[in-house]
Design a protein around this ligand. Structure first.
Ligand code: SAH
Ligand code: SF4
Ligand code: F3S
Length: 444
């Protein structure tokens, strides 16, 4: 025997990059107490579910997940609910899952996960208070199981100070807080040393990074600083708010070859009337001008976006404006959603007529159908061209097919061996599909 077998943690992650990142940090912290991550909840001593509340559906997913794993408590496993739902509905969840769940904690408690898990050994634990800037400390450990990864997220801020009227995130993640740039660069260096080639800086509104901290870098300066770290091959970031994207960030697309030719720039709607009532603080024309500036700086820039259809009071004409905006840009990809009323958000109190569910459904289907056509056209236009691909590893369905991303964030599959993982190789595009490309290595 080699001593005690390690304790095992299983984490199910819903929601956005923030949650994915937090899950990695929890593994990093728990590994100090001897935990290793497993992919099967049946083997775990600790089962965590990192929840999302941005729309209604993720809440249904939590209920079915708890239903699937709760019997494992009989074998001694502890079950915990973390993340955004635990933040804004922690008390209700703690009561509802009285018999099924040992531990409920919000995103601000991620740095304390070791203590909470220890306490949960002897009592049920609920912890979901927001911490202020003085109390909160970003986790500095890097997940040990991250070695071998080609890409990694690095958080640069937590929370959000915007008040987009549809959005629950300010209630789940609290006030915006920028992470010290020294720590960000330290984490980037540690990840590069582990073999990571592509860094994605994450925050809810990255363009406001550092603005509220005296002497801190702003977001553009942070990009230059990250690009100066030796070994960083590619830099991405998400999410940008169109209102806060400055000329200095646009300039970075001229100066920094490491900055990839892709930007996720959520527009939400093409109608000025709707944008005003969403409190996004930009107009359709501002958005289109920004797109022009960005493309002048980086001609091959690919753009993706988020769209909400059926915001309260959205008329047919408003929706037509969203459709015409997608033609004007056009986008290489979009996450599109039916508006979902969220507790505590200002849109709930608006007196406008809700858009009936069948109308929302029809608008979403129309949007998505056209978006897919545009994506297919954009991907087919690449056929015959040669593009640089950062290889992330073998594809899920065939170990002899490697999968990677272009600088423009398109997925490209091509025949090749695992030794290519982590390398950037030229690949000729043979076929463009709606959501991916297929190609062939030129140097093979
Ligand atoms: N901070 C990011 C977005 C975070 S939420 C930004 O400002 O762009 C991710 C996406 O979920 C949003 O861009 C929006 O399109 C969608 N979303 C948020 N709240 C929603 C709601 N109540 N109903 C439907 N979609 C919503
Ligand atoms: Fe939500 Fe708006 Fe903040 Fe994004 S910027 S997280 S949509 S409030
Ligand atoms: Fe969901 Fe929270 Fe992200 S609500 S989208 S996991 S910030």
């Amino acid at each position: 025997m080699d001593g005690p077998s390690p304790k095992k943690v299983y984490i199910k992650t819903f929601g956005c990059q923030m949650n994915e990142y937090d899950s990695g940090k929890m593994v990093a912290l728990l590994s100090r107490d001897g935990y290793v991550r497993v992919e099967d909840p049946d083997q775990a001593d600790l089962i965590l579910v990192n929840t999302c509340s941005v729309r209604e559906k993720p809440e249904h997913k939590l209920r079915s997940f708890i239903g699937e794993v709760k019997h494992l408590r009989e074998g001694g496993a502890k079950i915990g609910i973390a993340g955004c739902m635990a933040q804004h509905a922690g008390d209700a969840l703690f009561r509802r899952y009285r018999k099924d769940v040992d531990l409920v904690f919000g995103p601000d408690q991620v740095p304390q996960v070791r203590d909470l898990v220890e306490r949960a050994a002897t009592e049920r634990v609920l912890e979901n208070t927001f911490l202020d800037a003085a109390e909160y400390a970003f986790v500095r450990d890097v997940a040990p199981d991250g070695a071998g990864q080609v890409t990694a997220f690095v958080t640069i801020q937590k929370g959000c100070d915007n008040k987009c009227t549809f959005c629950i995130v300010p209630h789940t993640r609290g006030a915006e807080l920028s992470r010290p740039s020294g720590q960000i660069l330290e984490e980037v260096r540690a990840l590069v040393a582990q073999g990571v080639r592509e860094i994605t800086l994450i925050g809810q509104n990255v363009n406001s990074y550092g603005l509220k901290v005296a002497g801190e870098l702003n977001f553009a300066q942070l990009l230059y600083a990250v690009a100066a770290v030796p070994g960083v091959g590619r830099i991405r970031y998400t999410t940008s708010h169109p209102r806060d994207m400055g000329a200095d960030v646009v300039q970075a697309y001229r100066d920094l070859p490491q900055l990839t030719s892709h930007l996720h720039l959520p527009v939400q709607s093409g109608s000025d009337r709707v944008l005003r009532r969403m409190k996004r603080f930009y107009r359709r024309d501002d958005y289109l001008r920004l797109v022009d500036d960005l493309r002048a700086a980086r001609p091959d820039l690919s753009l993706t976006t988020d769209i909400i259809v059926g915001f309260p009071g959205e008329t047919d004409d408003d929706f037509e404006q969203t459709l015409s905006l997608m033609e004007a840009v056009p986008f290489d990809g979009a996450f599109s959603f039916k508006y979902s009323p969220r507790p505590g958000t200002p849109a709930l109190r608006m007196k406008d007529t809700p858009v009936p569910e069948p109308v929302k459904k029809e608008r979403l289907a129309r949007y998505q159908k056209r978006q897919q056509e545009l994506q297919l056209a954009s991907n087919r236009a690449l056929e015959g061209r040669t593009v640089d691909v950062l290889v992330e590893g073998p594809s899920k369905w065939d170990p002899a097919v490697m999968c990677g991303r272009t600088s423009t964030f398109k997925t490209l599959n091509f025949p090749g061996g695992t030794e290519l993982t982590g390398q950037t190789v030229p690949v000729q595009v043979l076929r463009g599909f709606t959501n991916s490309l297929r190609g062939e290595r030129l140097d093979a």
